[in-house]
Design a protein around this ligand. Structure first.
Ligand code: SAM
Length: 286
């Protein structure tokens, strides 16, 4: 897959679990010792964090005991959030080994290891049977994947007829590229931004119906403004910085965030929600 080593080394962070728990001041790692909600400031690796997940959970249309697939599950925050909010069983598939391992460890500490599992692999080639999930999600992963047609085809294959695919991605809205590094890539070799129109075309070609498509640019700007105000207030009052995504962003975190905010302000990128539904019946055999 294009840029795979570049992607996994971009995300590989030494001592990630220690850094994340340290930023929360957590020392007890015993199973079930920490509510999943107390990890949300540090384990939801996308714009608008837990708030964005909260907003999209109802779009999954999943019932208790349902099976949800999280493509590019990172350190497992969104998967745990969905598992808790819906009582579904969530499987994450994740390319970066360190993230998969941290996702497993955090689910044990949060007492959710019975309801989440994390598999190493690629969203472009899913090791799951056809029709084996009721819903699927893809949050801030497509920008690392050149072959988005494969992701759409694989999501359609593993969903049951009528299943929802909830996509929340940083997409390209204007000409040009963001300056690098950005949170998802150290350089252009790992960044594959596409337009909402392309996502829509590829989804429809894979057999999805588009239920909704909405830019969240303004919500993202408000999110970054709040983040900045909280950091400045803490600094002015001599308090420690509030916990955030610093551990996940790793080296050059301030430059990654600044470049992303600049590209958002310039209208080059925006996070976009795309709600898809697989046809309610399987196509008749040819
Ligand atoms: C910005 S993080 C988002 C993680 C998670 N979805 C979240 O919102 O917290 C992007 C993640 O996608 C993963 N990723 C990139 N390409 C992938 C692929 N082809 N298959 C599976 N995961 C992939 C990365 O390793 C990383 O964990």
């Amino acid at each position: 897959m294009a840029g795979q080593d570049e992607i996994t080394s971009h995300y590989a962070i030494e001592g990630l679990l220690d850094r994340m728990l340290g930023s929360l001041g957590v020392s007890d790692r015993s199973p079930g010792s920490l509510p999943a909600a107390s990890l949300r400031a540090v384990d939801e690796f996308h714009i608008n964090g837990a708030e964005a997940t909260e907003r999209l959970i109802p779009e999954l249309r999943v019932a208790p005991g349902g099976r949800v697939l999280d493509l590019g599950s990172g350190v497992g925050g969104p998967a745990r959030h969905v598992a808790e909010a819906t009582a579904a069983e969530v499987t994450g598939i994740e390319l970066t080994p360190v993230f998969r391992d941290v996702a497993e460890a955090l689910s044990v500490i949060a007492g959710l290891d019975g309801r989440t599992r994390f598999v190493l692999g690629s969203a472009t080639e899913l090791p799951f049977d056809a029709g084996s999930f009721d819903a699927a999600m893809l949050f801030h992963v497509g920008m690392n994947i050149a072959d988005k047609a494969a992701v759409m085809a694989e999501a359609a294959r593993v969903l049951r007829p009528g299943g929802r695919f909830v996509v929340y991605e940083v997409m390209r809205l204007g000409e040009g590229q963001p300056a690098f590094p950005v949170p998802w890539a150290s350089g252009p070799g790992a960044s594959f931004l596409e337009t909402p129109l392309t996502y829509r075309r590829l989804a429809e070609a894979a057999g999805f119906e588009v239920i909704a498509l909405e830019s969240r640019a303004e919500a993202a700007k408000a999110f970054f403004a709040r983040m900045r105000a909280a950091l400045e207030a803490a600094k002015a009052e001599g308090r420690p910085q509030p916990p955030g995504l610093g551990s996940l962003l790793g080296a050059e975190a301030p430059a990654k965030i600044a470049n992303m905010i600049a590209a958002l302000a310039d209208g080059v990128i925006a996070p976009v929600e795309l709600i898809l539904e697989r046809a309610a019946t399987d196509p008749a055999p040819a």
